[in-house]
Each structure stands twice: as structure tokens, then as C-alpha cells.
Design a protein around this ligand. Sequence first.
Ligand code: 0PR
Length: 357
Amino acid sequence: MRAEPQDFGRVLSSMCTEPHPAAREAAERFLATNPGDPGTYEAVADLEERVVDDLGAIVGLDDPVGYVASGGTEANIQAVRAARNLADAANPNVVAPESVHFSFRKAAGVLDVDLRLAPLSDDYRADVDAVRELADDDTALVVGVAGTTEYGRVDPIPELGAVARDHDALFHVDAAWGGFFLPFTDREWSFADAPVDTMTIDPHKVGQAAIPAGGFLVRDESLLDALAVDTPYLESTGQATLTGTRSGAGVASAAAAIDELWPDGYREGYERAQADAEWLAAALTDRGYDVVEPTLPLVAADVPEREFEALRDAGWRISRTGDDELRIVCMPHVTRTMLESFVADVDSVRPRRNVNT
Ligand code: 0PR
């Protein structure tokens, strides 16, 4: 029997989405190419350079350097690896806010560096003083998140960059999810706003490319050189990526999606998603739930366990934050109609006593 993938009709907590049709088509055409061997697969290697240039325009970086990674996890591991390789300290550490994605725990484990997690301030953003307190002469990397996984918050990026500079550490911004929304906001998050050295920005999330298409960008070539190993029998003589053979489908679909959508399509998508998130936040507030206001299109609300389970039983693909709030991510496939039908189901599982409107 031919297996069918599930559709996105009830998927509300994922950071994946339906690829743009042009991205899907490009992924299929480039399925059998390997940008890990650019000497042989020149067409996809050229496309990858285009993607890096386009990502540079999105993140405010002239002359961008980087590559299309397998995802945000690889890009974050590479940021830690570059910082560790360039560090003078015998026991380098990484200082990050507690809201950082769990890929940094993997990075710290694989690379054997100490990961120091700083508490957040009341608004779920990095507390700069707490980060400063944890940083020292052995700090190789300071991390800020531009669009946190749980609450969609943007850390104080320029201030965190200043802490990194004070300690001669590198500064990494994880914009894996937020990077395709943030150019249309007035937040400070990019290479143009702060002394950022490395950044994660994933086409396979809000960028609407096919998986696998993560983005790893660096301020200058020396940071990528710090990752390169010799590849004597390939036509290209060094490789800075973590994976060897890579998906040409991811690269080509990222190029196609960005071609189609940057900037107007992404801007319209952001405006629609943000308006939907605010609509949902208001609808849940009206029904008596505590809601964490969305600064980017992600809504968290304190929905009791029993109601949460009833909504899952109704087929909604929803998840919880570490503090047990319901989390809804307004990805490109999430429409107002979907959210209206979700709220109608909230009404049907909600005990009457919660009504306050
Ligand atoms: N950085 C941030 C800020 C992220 O939110 C994520 C993933 C990553 C890095 C890692 O990216 P990759 O998963 O591409 O390696 N955030 C989501 C999460 O962990 C990923 C996700 C996506 C989870 C789709 C579920 C899902 O259905 O929650």
C-alpha cells in the first residue's frame, strides 16, 4: 500500500510548513545532486552561492559567506564549533539564555564545551546582566535568539553583542525560525544592527523551502576557514560543512522559494501571520485563558491539561512549552479559517465556568 504523508490542515505547533510549489518542483529536479562535491555538481553549487547571497540581503550582511546546512541544529553546532576552534582558552565555554534551542545542548555535548545558561527576564528574553555575569575570559561564544522556539521572543541582540565583544568572544544569533519574519519588523536582530559573527536562518522553516534547508552565515571567510578540513581526493580541496554528502534538493528549493517570495511574498506572509496570531491571542484572552502576547507570530496560552488533551483528541497537532502552556505557531500553512475552527473546538471542550464574555 502506498503511504501518504499527513496534510497540514490541523498542524498548529510545527515549525515546518508546506513548501512553496516552486520550491517543491525545484527539490524534485535537484534530488540527485550533491552540493557536498561542488567540483562535480556545479549547477547546484552555483545555486548555493545564490542562496547565500540572498540570505545575506535578508540578514543585512554585505559579501556574505556561508552555506545551506541540513537545518538549524547543524548551523548552531557549527557556530559553537567555529568559536571553539578559534578560542585561546583551554576549556572554552558558551554563554546563552535559557530559552536557547536544545541543539546547543547537543553542540556542547559533541564538542565538549561548557554551556552556561543565563536566566531570562520577565518578558521571556535574555537577561543581559545575567549573561554578563556568566561570561568570563574563557567564553568563546555568546548566543542570542531572534525568535525563540517557545515564545517567539527576540533577545536584546545589540546588548548581547556588546557583552561578547567585551570578552573577545564571538557572537552568534539564532534566527532559525524568526529570520524570515524579522526584516519586516522594527526589531534589532541582524548583522546590520549588532556585531554579529555567525547566524542561523533556516529556509526550511518560514522560508518555505523543502527540508533539508538550513542556513549558516558568517561575517567573513576566516570563520568558515576555522571549520574546514582537507578533502584531498575531491576537486574542491576543503570542506567546511558538518555533513559530507548533502541534499541538492534543499539547496535548489531554498533558491526557488527565495526567488519567488523575497521580499514581497515574505512581507505579506509576515503581516498575515502576525495579524492571525494577534486575533488568536485576543480570542483566547476573551475566553479567560492567560495568554503570552505574540511579538512574532507565535501564541502561548495557559490551557489546562484536560482541554489540551481533548483538542489533541480532536486531531489538532499542538504542543506545550516547558511551563505547560499550549503553543501555536502561525506558520505559512496556518490560515484564519483553521484558527477559527480551532477556537470553535476550544469552545466545545471548555467548561462553561471559564466564560467571561
Ligand atoms: N533554533 C531554533 C530557534 C529553533 O526553533 C529550532 C527548531 C532549531 C534551531 C533547530 O532547527 P532544526 O530542527 O531545523 O535542526 N525548532 C523546532 C523545535 O525544536 C523544530 C521543529 C520543527 C519541531 C517542526 C517540530 C516540528 O514539527 O521545536
